[in-house]
Design a protein around this ligand. Sequence first.
Ligand code: HEM
Length: 409
Amino acid sequence: MATASRPPVDDWTTDYDIFHPTYCSDPGPIWADIRQRCPIAHSERWGGSYLPTRYEDVAEMARMVPALSSQEFIVVPPVPLIDPETGEVLRSRPYAPPISSDPPFHTEARRLLLQAFSPQAAATFEPYTRELAHRLIDEFADKGQCDAAVQFAQQIPPKVIAHLLGLDENMGDTFIEWVRGVLEIGATNPEVRVATGLKMLKFWGEEIGRRRAEPTGDFISWLLEQELDGKPVDDIHVTSTCNLLLVAGIDTTWSSIGAAIWHLATHPDDRRRLVDEPELLPTAVEEFLRAYSPVTMGRLATEDVTVNGVTIPAGSRVLMNFPAANRDPEVFPDPDTVVIDRAHNRHVAFGIGIHRCAGSNLARMEMQVALSVFLERIPEFHLDGSGPVTWAGGQVRGPRSIPLHFTAA
Ligand code: HEM
């Protein structure tokens, strides 16, 4: 992320920058500072926004529906998608039901989607995910070194999502490029965001057209046959929901798997303990989700709202800072320390309230399988020092390069 042209941050409570390299790589001390002095920060950068840092404030804001509306859910101002040939405005702002809507429409759109995301449904993808994790490690196991973000963590969610939606898993690299184009590079570069959005719309148009002509029995075909509000779902709804699943299901989970591997590479005691006590893994996964929560969501204030004494004027953007809520010392003792057997862990990495993550069962399954296979095959690993560990941030925070050297089992 280019920062050279950006002014330095003097005071994080009045001028925070969610794309600053320090905020991306180690935001904990920044949140602690804001929490003590504000506790809801404001910044004019990136279109202007408000940033809560306390658990109770974030939880209260998540309940303020529709005063804090999800119609604008990204962390930067939206840009319209315009057809370059006709000049037609295809989307004036990102549309991705259910995440982009408020009740009553949200309730219906979510109910429809949840049917496909039960714990049982997630479990059906476990054998595939396990086989995939082994296959990825086979490719570098004899080399003694790898980039665990690029060659492992990043590769799992796109292929699992492809499998779930009924798409070719060999499109994994294209999906990665699109997700980075929308969420990572595109977050600070509207041209990249629009160009990627147009590519994705074209892709879904073709996939939907094929299935309308000849249903294939996959998720997309299933969605095409459903009803919403008593009417058949239309192509815009299917396109926008598939777009959401691709974007929400990839970057998030890859970031969480990567952050956990980075933690274990830098905390050998935790790594050895998980190798010796694999039954701790589900508890450890919750702790990794808490401590390295990847997702910050946007809300649009549709009226003036007051939270913890701070009035947020109508028209303002609010950043639902689930990651900072998870580091609040009022709720989590010693919040900046990863305690892999933390007993009480009411974390909000998957959000809270009506928009709570629909894919949490799938994400947990992917994390547990990825980490258990990694630790089984590569029980000894460390940062390699051959290159820097790099972090992306903003809407989704996580490591994008983790050079490791290791001894395979
Ligand atoms: C570790 C991985 C993940 C994390 C941390 C995460 C986090 C979140 C968060 C914080 C929200 C709440 C959004 C809000 O309040 O506006 C959310 C919503 C959502 N997530 Fe996830 N997510 C993850 C993985 C996934 C996966 C794998 C999928 C599906 C393929 C998925 C699909 C969704 C959907 C559809 C929603 C919208 C729910 C609604 O609006 O009712 N997520 N996620």
